[in-house]
Design a protein around this ligand. Structure first.
Ligand code: GTP
Ligand code: MG
Length: 330
């Protein structure tokens, strides 16, 4: 990266810290795009970490995540852990790299805050740069924290491994389910039970909320509670479309936060997360190197030797791995 670009990034940070939302948007676009400039942004954000508390909101498509998030933003703005906080929202669209539709949809649903300077809403595409979401979202979170936001909500649809991972990479993870037969079971199958710090049964205006609560309680009873964090997730019922139960949901989030702060487990969680992040970055980089090796000289001959049976794949891999680190990608 040129010196000029580095100066640009520093200037963007300074502007974003004074509340310049256009500068903040540019920083996040750079993060999303990946590459050397994204790394410069990430490293500046890392140098001044800020103090944002992050909340993941995940669940099946249409569960009411955006509506709930919108309501939580309003409470966070008013009560934000007692600080009258600036609040950020990152909404992840798992389907499209350009996410035009989703952005519009979420803008409409979260439109109530359009005039509020203390709220920053941003959509991010799920696909794109190397390492994808699981690399881009932590960087984006750090940027929002570094420029002074103190609560950041991350909405992801809990459909794939990566989305679930991203939701779990927050300080408190809220899993949204709906009333009705089997919804809790589906959430369990998607791996959402494991990551939940709080269950919200949204659309509690519909029949079946009590059954869903019972299902969740039963599944929690079967969960091993002997891990390092023996927090039993609370279950809260909401009607996000009217605002009913939102205060309870916010209180439950605050309870989980307090629990972690009191036990020092928030620091542990963040340390473990940092280490996982390092691993993900390592894996992503090595994958790039492997791609380069596969595109490079001599690969074809070795691969053909495996195909024709004159070389076993382990020996072939040994030979190819010897080339690791010889190029210098990304
Ligand atoms: N009856 C009822 N409808 C609700 C409630 N909360 C949200 N909805 C409606 O459910 C639909 C989906 O809400 P969203 O907030 O967009 O759900 P989402 O989980 O963000 O959806 P995706 O991001 O597309 O996965 C909308 O039509 C909402 O108005 C609720 O508590 N009760
Ligand atoms: Mg949504």
């Amino acid at each position: 990266m040129s010196v000029a670009r580095e100066a640009d990034v520093t200037a963007l940070f300074e502007a974003a810290r004074t509340g310049d939302r256009v500068a903040l948007a540019r920083l996040l676009s750079l993060v999303e795009r990946g590459g050397p400039v994204a790394r410069a942004v990430a490293s500046l954000a890392f140098a001044s970490p800020g103090d944002a508390y992050s909340i993941g909101v995940t669940g099946a498509p249409g569960a009411g995540k955006s509506t709930l998030t919108d309501r939580l933003v309003a409470v966070a703005r008013r009560d934000g852990f007692g600080r009258g906080d600036q609040v950020g929202v990152i909404a992840i669209d798992p389907s499209s790299p350009f996410s035009g539709g989703a952005i519009l949809g979420d803008r409409v649903r979260m439109g109530g805050h359009a005039a509020d300077d203390g709220v920053y809403i941003r959509s991010m595409a799920a696909r794109g740069q190397l390492g994808g979401l699981s690399v881009a979202v932590p960087d984006a979170l750090r940027v929002l924290s570094a420029v002074g936001l103190s609560v950041v909500l991350v909405e992801t649809v809990g459909v794939g491994q990566q989305e679930v991972e991203v939701a779990a990479a927050t300080d408190t993870t809220v899993v949204v389910v709906n009333p009705g037969w089997g919804d809790a079971v589906q959430a369990n199958k998607a791996g959402l039970l494991e990551i939940a710090d709080l269950f919200v049964i949204n659309k509690a205006d519909r029949p079946g909320a009590r059954d869903t609560r019972r299902d969740l309680e039963q599944m929690l009873d079967l969960t091993d509670m002997t891990g390092p964090e023996r927090w039993r997730p609370a279950i809260v019922e909401t009607v996000a479309s009217t605002g009913q139960g939102i205060e309870d949901a916010w209180t439950a989030i605050g309870d989980h936060r307090t629990y972690q702060l009191d036990r020092g487990s928030l620091a542990d969680l963040r340390r473990r997360r940092a280490e996982r992040e390092l691993r993900r970055i390592l894996v992503a980089r090595i994958e790039t190197e492997v791609d380069a090796i596969a595109a490079g000289e001599g690969y074809r001959a070795i691969a053909d030797a495996v195909v024709t049976g004159s070389l076993d794949p382990y020996a072939a891999a040994d030979r190819l791995l010897a080339r690791l680190g010889q190029g210098h990608p990304g």
